[in-house]
Design a protein around this ligand. Structure first.
Ligand code: ADP
Ligand code: MG
Length: 567
């Protein structure tokens, strides 16, 4: 550190570029500091640091890293307290531009695999960005000295050195318990589990925190199961949603969408205190919705859509501007292509003509003039031929009673199992509508992307940057995926941008099946970590989180410059 402080004295008041000379490795009494990247001016992207805390300073118990979930939970626990310490370290460092800014990728309600904190039995590595202080465009060495000798040490002291072993033990116990529930779900063919007492609603449309004074979740007796979990003698009780077709009905404002949203988010684990710690869903469950205006490239939507006006091809369907129903059909087919095993659908965000067509409409608009085979006529084939389950919120049409294995009615936020009543109603009032159930579901086709088109625009390699959670800028082209609801954290979006930018595409003009590409990416993340797919492998950027393959696919599928080959 003496070395760093003496350089800072020497370059004080010089042009900002002189900061480049502090790049390098330094030793502080409590940690090692690597200044990996120095920003070019006070307004540029902040400089990137790594802080390494050796084992002898902060012991890491091997059992914290025993399973993947435990390791992620341990890193998450450190990430949370570091994030808090960074936020509390009120910026007393002054200057122009981003002077004194300290950034750390703080986790949200989900527990995700991240790159900001990397723990092994040997050390804890933390990635932080800082704005190196300046007066105008001149180096402010005094403020920089405060940054390195006061602010950073205090952040580390108030986080890594204060976090109790017991707090980490709690986090890994929760991870073990969540794993145990997921294991039971697999063994029993459940696609979702919601523990009694869970808090499903969120504080507001823009906050992911639990709503205070919410009605706790309570399973209907018919669906209730008990699961033994580790670290406690009390088994956990709650509702199991079985594979197959589950319908959620109920009056408006009685909590249907809230229930489905909790299930959507259950593909991720949540932190203690969130209320959804034991709301867990098949990790391959994908939310399907209408998304008019999206681009669609070479998707076989013919299971749902045929005979479009002007004989537009639907086995290899492309459009720059999909309609509600064609976008929803494409979303289903793409999810299946990427390997979805459960589909989650809410009437609120669906195209009505994609979901249902009733008897009277069938009489007025003849089958051969209606391009759409509604989802209701495909839902059973999905289950029986492809083994794909559906959880569907539908308060507006009883036609789905005919297809459902289970019907759950939400009333004042409490679910009841009304399957028998729904079936009785079907007996009394049989479907008038014609069902077109002949034939098979149809083909889920693998699509082949021209590899180089995923990284280039008209043959030129371009810069790829995440812009918040729902946009990636590729050169000047915007890739927008605002309706990809299970992409939950901007750090996941940054990870996808890094993938687009830094994955090797030596194959150039060769084609690659989307599935193969997704498999390759996942294998790389599994074996080499998130940090391996970046410009500075395993150093920076330290603000990445792991996305699922479905969300990676969602971005690639919405890339307007990607070229897909017809085979
Ligand atoms: P629906 O889809 O049935 O019309 P929503 O799920 O949108 O209803 O819920 C309506 C409102 O009720 C929302 O503001 C939601 O936050 C709130 N809400 C949902 N579940 C609960 C609950 N368990 N306790 C308290 N409020 C809830
Ligand atoms: Mg709703």
């Amino acid at each position: 550190m003496k070395k760093l402080l003496s350089i800072l004295k020497r370059i004080d008041n010089k042009g900002y570029k002189a900061y480049k000379s502090i790049q390098g490795h330094y030793e502080h009494e409590n940690y090692d500091l690597d200044i990996d990247y120095v920003q070019g001016d006070p307004f540029a992207t902040p400089s990137k640091l790594r802080i390494t805390i050796p084992k002898r300073k902060r012991y890491v118990y091997p059992e914290w890293l025993e399973t993947t979930s435990r390791k992620i939970a341990t890193e998450d626990a450190f990430g949370r307290i570091i994030g808090e310490a960074v936020t509390n370290e009120a910026s007393f460092i002054k200057g122009s531009g981003k002077s004194g800014l300290i950034l750390f990728d703080r986790p949200g309600q989900e527990i995700l695999e991240r790159s900001a904190v990397q723990i092994t039995t040997q050390s804890i590595v933390i990635c932080i960005s800082v704005g190196l202080p300046a007066n105008g465009r001149k180096i402010n060495g005094k403020e920089a000295e405060k940054l390195f000798s006061q602010a950073l040490p205090s952040i580390i002291r108030n986080s890594v050195y204060t976090l109790k072993d017991e707090a980490i033990n709690q986090a890994i116990k929760l991870a073990d318990q969540q794993d145990a529930v997921r294991q039971q779900m697999k063994e029993n063919n459940w696609v979702a589990f919601l523990a009694n007492g869970s808090i499903l609603p969120r504080e507001s449309g823009i906050s992911n925190r639990p709503l205070k004074k919410a009605v706790p979740f309570q399973s209907p007796a018919e669906n209730q199961v008990e699961i033994e979990i580790p670290h406690t003698d009390e088994p956990i009780k709650g509702m199991a949603v079985e594979k197959g077709i589950s319908l959620i009905v109920g009056g408006g404002y009685h909590g249907k969408s809230t229930l489905l949203q909790a299930i959507e988010r259950g593909v991720y684990s949540h932190v203690a205190g969130d209320g959804r710690e034991f709301v867990l869903t098949d990790r391959n469950a994908v939310k399907i919705r209408a998304e008019d205006g999206r681009k669609v490239s070479g998707v076989n939507i013919s299971p749902f859509i045929n005979n479009l006006p002007h004989e537009q091809e639907t086995t290899f369907f492309s459009t720059e501007n999909a309609s509600g129903s064609t976008s929803q059909a494409a979303n289903v087919m793409e999810a299946l292509e990427a390997g979805a095993s459960t589909l989650l659908i809410d009437e609120d965000t669906s195209a009505t003509n994609f979901m249902i067509r009733d008897h009277r409409m069938q009489l007025l608009v003849h089958q051969n003039k209606e391009p759409i085979t509604p989802f209701i006529d495909k839902i059973t084939q999905l289950r029986d031929e492809l083994g794909v389950s559906t959880i569907l919120v539908m308060g507006g049409s009883g036609d789905y009673f005919a297809t459902a294995d289970t019907v759950i009615r939400m009333e004042n936020y409490i679910p009841a199992n009304v399957t028998i009543d729904a079936k009785a109603i079907m007996q009394q009032y049989p479907l008038e509508r014609e069902t077109s159930l002949e034939g098979t579901f149809g083909k889920v086709r693998n699509r082949y992307f021209q590899q180089s088109s995923l990284q280039t625009n008209k043959g030129k390699r371009v810069k790829v940057q995440a812009k918040g959670r729902t946009h990636i800028l590729m050169g000047k082209t915007d890739i927008s995926f605002t309706d990809t609801e299970q992409l939950v954290d901007a750090s996941q979006t940054r990870m996808i941008a890094e993938m687009i930018q830094h994955l090797d595409r030596k194959q150039g003009m060769n084609d690659i099946a989307l599935c193969t590409l997704l498999d390759q990416i996942e294998e790389r993340m599994d074996k080499q970590g998130l940090g391996s797919i970046t410009a500075f492998p395993n150093q920076h950027p330290g603000d990445l989180a792991r996305p699922r393959r479905f969300e990676i696919a969602a971005v690639l599928n919405r890339m307007r410059t990607a070229i897909i080959k017809q085979r």
